[in-house]
Design a protein around this ligand. Structure first.
Ligand code: ACO
Length: 360
């Protein structure tokens, strides 16, 4: 008997995070996400997960990363793929510090974004915090404290989430006693798909396409009637509202009240309420609620981040969880090697003429 998509299968033990999908609770290293994420610094969360004390020291990237990013910019490579490739160059540092990828991701992302827009990269600084450094690498200016705080809340919120697809991918890779950077590069590949970390761009686009509150219902109805999925809704584990959506909605509201486009925030709330009502109507047997990506899109857009950087920014938060899971897997785990149920033909006899053989 197979379990499609490993639904409900427990495949690892972890001390890092716990997702209670029925209660809508996420615990990060013992703390409720709504307690920790908006209040702790990213550095404090990194200390909880990795026991690392000096992220700033590891922000620089190898020269080879710069050359690679220049080539990616010339080819107009999507930023998430440029991040995946440049993350691989971190292996050039030999036995890199375990916090290297966590510290260096903002440098890679900011450097690439600037190269893509014909701007020189910004020298690394060590005197500002991780979230501020991320924005500084992108823009070359120090962000206002409330902007850095909002990004920090986002990075904390998404830093880990049980055995999600990208973390599982990282654990599978490291379970063969491969290296940390290989595991992280694989995890980026798993993250980028639209069923995982690739959803916030389309979620925001949907709000833009809807444009006015009156348009929300006909627009969403047409999508559901055509059998399409609404991006930013539904989750494999949560059967109620994703608690991260609440944390990010609160952060977005704080931010949009002071700095952003208040009308866009109000429109997004209306789109969310309409989507939830219609999902109940079209999928009465399913428990589909808002997931983290809906408010990720709104918050990151408010912070001035372009849509193409939403998934790389997610990676910049989640790399903390990937790294911590890899260390945990190496310490406590065993080779991850499940089985498959064979459903192909049996008892065939090999004939010399391949063309005459039956195909699967
Ligand atoms: N809109 C409309 N219908 C949906 C949605 C949605 N967003 N999500 C699930 N459904 C429906 C499916 O069509 C299916 O209906 P059916 O059985 O009548 O065909 C049913 O609900 C169950 O869907 P599954 O694919 O089995 O659910 P699964 O647990 O595999 O999928 C997933 C979870 C991939 C997140 C899904 O809800 C989805 O595609 N959501 C939209 C994309 C998205 O927002 N992704 C980000 C997830 S959060 C994260 O990764 C950080």
């Amino acid at each position: 008997m197979t379990t499609q998509g490993l639904d409900g299968v427990v495949a690892a033990s972890t001390r890092l995070s716990h997702v209670d999908g029925e209660a809508g609770q996420l615990t990060l290293a013992g703390y409720a996400v709504e307690d920790l994420a908006p209040r702790a610094s990213f550095e404090e969360v990194a200390r909880l997960f990795l026991n690392t004390h000096d992220l700033a020291r590891h922000r620089a990237i190898p020269d080879a990363a710069l050359h690679l990013l220049e080539a990616c910019a010339a080819a107009r490579t999507p930023p998430i793929d440029a991040l995946r490739m440049a993350a691989g160059t971190l292996s050039l540092e030999g036995e890199a510090d375990t916090a290297k990828a966590v510290a260096a991701f903002p440098t890679i992302i900011g450097t690439y974004w600037r190269l893509l827009h014909n701007q020189p990269p910004v020298p690394v600084r060590t005197d500002i915090n991780h979230a501020a450094h991320f924005l500084h690498q992108l823009t070359g200016t120090e962000p206002p404290p409330e902007t850095a705080r909002a990004l920090e809340t986002y990075l904390n919120t998404v830093c880990d989430h049980g055995l999600n697809a990208s973390t599982f991918a990282a654990r599978v890779i490291i379970s063969t006693h491969s290296d940390l950077i290989s595991a992280i590069a694989g995890a980026i590949g798993a993250l980028k798909g639209p069923l995982h970390g690739g959803a916030p761009g389309p979620a925001l686009q949907m709000v833009f396409d809807i444009a006015t509150p009156e348009n929300a219902e006909p627009f969403l109805r047409a999508k559901l009637a055509a059998g399409e999925r609404l991006m930013g809704f539904g989750h494999r584990i949560y059967r109620v509202r994703d608690p991260r959506a609440d944390v990010l909605a609160a952060a977005a509201e704080r931010f949009y009240n002071t700095a952003g486009d208040r009308k866009l925030y109000a429109l997004a709330r209306h789109v969310e309420a309409t989507a939830l009502r219609l999902l109940r109507e079209y999928k009465p047997d399913r428990r589909l609620d808002t997931n983290v990506e809906f408010y990720t899109a709104l918050l990151l857009h408010g912070l001035g981040l372009p849509v193409e950087l939403f998934t790389p920014t997610f990676a910049a938060g989640r790399v903390l969880g990937w790294t911590a899971h890899c260390l945990e897997q190496l310490r406590d785990g065993r080779l991850i090697r499940p089985q498959s149920a064979y459903t192909g033909p049996a008892g065939l006899t090999y004939a010399k003429n391949l063309a005459s053989m039956p195909r699967n």
